[in-house]
Design a protein around this ligand. Structure first.
Ligand code: COA
Ligand code: AMP
Length: 635
């Protein structure tokens, strides 16, 4: 790894900036170091500081006299339940659940896997791990048993915290059988599972291994926060890479705390006592940072919403929640607003609610398409801010700066299709294949010049080599984001999409490489490719293209159905692989590499780049005819 630039321009100034931001954190031991390099050649922030993230999110506010203020609001249109927790009440729940974990032999540094729907117990379990210095790894509820098993084997959790079921629009999803199946598949066997029983569907418990959350909680006592080092891990969050094995992004405690506090004020314009709503899921990074940690650390009220933007019960659901809890800033994915705009194109339902407290809308997870940007601006009359970030960074790399000249936070003018400007600490550059910066307006690889600011990934769990080869080796001195884009003449950054085998489906990050691995395991499949294609609602959806082995008797239709089910069973419903074509052959180079980019261009109706190394150009004609016949290509 090349650290040459640590001594170059800007760094001293940046260090001073973060040093002063760190003073806003109530450390147990104040750091004397700001930025240093560690034994893997990466950066540590505030290495000799000591703190506890659960203390900062809860106890600290009680000490400041905010104990009675609402900390967490749970709103669940799918069950009809609504609950609020003051800082005092949430601290009691967290401190007792930390004791529950401790009684199951969980201590500092141990991993705890959390597989939960959007219920307060998910946030309580996360904060309880943080209180003990244990490392949580939350797995999104939409993932299937196999995905869970892969994460269990990588993180090797001492305990698992789960619930009997999740509730989707009109169905109850039993979580416990998925967990049981995952533990069967995994080589690592967690010794304790703590199950929160929901009345909608109770789960049966395995004697000796499983415990009822409530039984353990009833005999627990509140325990104090355990001091941890700034660089000790707070959590591991698995995210899709280009292969079947997800990457365990490791987040530290100290840098994270500084970044969370900084972003609440400077990216979102939130002050203590404000209400912030990230309509996402605790299984994603947005949920970690902006449902749980940042709003609580900043002394805001946060909302945990167990519902959808539409159909729970209608496209007015988001506006209802904003009005009911006087939400000051709302953050969600463009796909959620596309769904709302589709059901309520004239925004009639918006008018049913008092949105006078709502100041700004924030969008991320995928590029905010101009049509949705204009729709939101016109219908809500609010600033609409697209901001770009990743699981790896944990907070926004680019957004629109706010100023507070008139007593009210005001964003700079935004531009449709742009994610704004690099946020303080992120030195974003657009590079060509040789690693040279390109001119304004030219597309290239979006890279961040090292060092990155506090809060970004510390490493990939169990895999330093992958951390270095996946992000750092391509352009020495830079972190490669995996996104392509450009900066225009006015300095606005446009993120145009992934340059690797990762796709964003409804704001959810998925690996096409992983889907290919799942399809290729089927005995009838000779070879296959999965590419992301444009979808009006979800932004992108995967399309499977499969070549079947000779001599297979089953019909194409039956095989396609079986393969789609296999993706659902092995990865989860969230993969949304609804289109799968059986084809004669795939376009390849002479060395056998599948031309995925060419396939994507054909399906999206773009100009096709056919590489000179293509094995047989005829295959392009064959496939064009097939895509036309199956109405996959634009007319
Ligand atoms: N647990 C179990 N299953 C889940 C799940 C969860 N937490 N979340 C989604 N699923 C299932 C859904 O039930 C659905 O299953 P189905 O194919 O059997 O119907 C499948 O996964 C796909 O779900 P989803 O992508 O949510 O599609 P949808 O058609 O049900 O809903 C939207 C469409 C637009 C309403 C929905 O995608 C949405 O709310 N998007 C916003 C996403 C978001 O907030 N992203 C956060 C990033 S910041
Ligand atoms: P995740 O790690 O799940 O948060 O996904 C990160 C990826 O989502 C990024 O690398 C981008 O490809 C995409 N993404 C997130 N926010 C935006 C945005 N505002 N504009 C464009 N792409 C985005």
């Amino acid at each position: 790894m090349n650290n040459d630039n640590t001594s170059k321009t800007g760094l001293i100034e940046d260090e001073k900036h973060w040093q002063s931001q760190a003073q806003l954190v109530n450390w147990f031991t104040n750091p004397t170091q700001t930025l240093s390099t560690n034994n893997i050649g990466w950066y540590d922030w505030f290495a000799d500081g000591e703190l506890n993230t659960s203390y900062l999110a809860l106890d600290y506010h009680i000490e400041q006299g905010r104990g009675e203020q609402t900390a967490l609001i749970y709103d669940s249109p799918v069950t009809g339940n609504k609950l609020t927790f003051s800082y005092l009440e949430l601290k009691e729940q967290v401190a007792k659940f930390a004791d529950v974990l401790r009684a199951q032999d969980v201590s500092k540094g141990d991993r705890v896997l959390i597989y939960m729907p959007m219920i307060p117990q998910a946030a309580i379990a996360m904060l309880a791990c943080a209180r003990l210095g244990a490392v949580h790894s939350v797995v999104f509820g939409g993932f299937a048993a196999n995905e869970l098993a892969v994460r269990i084997d990588d993180a090797k959790p001492k305990a698992v915290v789960s619930a009997s079921c999740g509730i989707e629009i009109s169905k109850v999803i039993p979580y416990k059988p998925l967990l049981d199946q995952a533990i069967d598949i995994a080589s690592h066997k967690p010794s304790n599972c703590i199950i929160y029983q929901r009345p909608e569907l109770e789960a049966s418990l395995v004697a000796g291994r499983d415990h009822n959350w409530q039984d353990l909680f009833d005999v627990a006592v509140e325990i104090p926060p355990v001091p941890v080092k700034s660089t000790d891990p707070l959590y591991i969050l698995y995210t899709s890479g280009t292969t079947g094995k997800p990457k365990g992004v490791v987040r530290d405690n100290g840098g994270h705390a500084v970044a969370m506090l900084y972003s609440m004020k400077n990216v979102y314009g939130m002050e203590t006592g404000d209400t912030f709503w990230a309509a996402s899921d605790v299984g994603w990074v947005v949920g970690h940072s902006y449902i749980v940690y940042a709003p609580l650390m900043a002394g805001c009220s946060t909302i945990l919403y167990e519902g959808k933007p539409i159909k729970t019960p209608d496209a007015g659901a988001f506006w209802r929640v904003c009005a009911e809890y006087k939400v000051n800033a709302l953050f969600s994915a463009p796909t959620a607003f596309r769904a709302i705009a589709k059901e309520d194109p004239d925004g009639k339902l918006i008018k049913d609610y008092d949105l006078s407290h709502l100041k700004r809308l924030y969008l991320a997870g995928e590029r905010l398409d101009p049509a949705t940007y204009y729709w939101l601006q016109e219908k809500t009359n609010l600033p609409v801010i697209d901001h770009w970030w990743q699981t790896e960074t944990g907070w926004a790399i680019a957004s629109t700066p706010l100023s507070k000249e008139t007593g009210e936070y005001q964003p700079l003018p935004t531009k449709a299709g742009s994610a704004g400007f690099p946020v303080k600490g992120f030195n974003v550059e657009i590079l060509d294949a040789q690693g040279k910066q390109v001119a304004a307006g030219q597309q290239g690889t979006v890279a961040i010049k090292l060092p990155m600011p506090p809060g970004c990934l510390a490493t990939i769990y169990n895999d330093v080599d992958r951390f270095q080869s996946g992000y750092l080796n391509a352009y020495p001195g830079y972190y490669v984001t995996g996104d392509g884009g450009f900066i225009d003449d006015d300095g606005y950054l446009f993120i145009m999409g992934r340059t690797d085998d990762v796709i964003n489906v409804a704001g959810h990050r998925l690996s096409t490489g992983e889907m290919e691995e799942v399809l290729a395991e089927h005995s009838a499949v000779a070879e296959c490719a999965v590419v992301g294609i444009h979808c009006e609602l979800k932004g992108q959806v995967p399309l499977g293209l499969v070549v079947i082995k000779n001599g297979i008797e089953a019909s194409d239709e039956a095989l396609a159905k079986e393969l789609k089910q296999k993706i659902r069973d092995d990865i989860g419903a969230i993969a949304s692989l609804k289109d799968l074509l059986i084809i004669e052959r795939l376009p390849k180079t002479r060395s056998g590499k599948i031309l995925r980019k060419t396939l994507r261009q054909m399906i999206d109706g773009q100009q096709i780049d056919i590489p000179s190394t293509i094995d047989d150009p005829e295959v392009i004609k064959e496939l064009s005819a097939k895509f036309k016949q199956d109405k996959l290509t634009p007319a």
